[in-house]
Design a protein. Sequence first.
Length: 119
Amino acid sequence: MRSVAFFALVPVLAMAAAFFVSALCEELGWSAYAVDALRERCGALGTTLIVGVVWAVWHWPALLQAHRALSWIAWWSLATVAARVIMAAGAVVIAVTWKAGRARPDGPAAGAWSPQMRE
């Protein structure tokens, strides 16, 4: 009986891994493609806001298909853009302290940093 439960869990874990990898690739794609080009034209805050808004709008069809209310989507979009601004500000603080020699990222997390933080 345990082997049946284990084999039922394998596809769930495989799907979770696939979703994680696809989300990671999506974020790395935004960082590598859109952020560098936009940062030169719009600065750090402008880039963060533009990418946040585009990312939120990109997910509207899925939210509408999930029958979310328009007010829910609007607040979710605002929270998404705000979270992106907070994450960008945190990344800047980490990069500044790293360059100043006070912090040094090691291990797998260091590879997940966006390219502009590794200059």
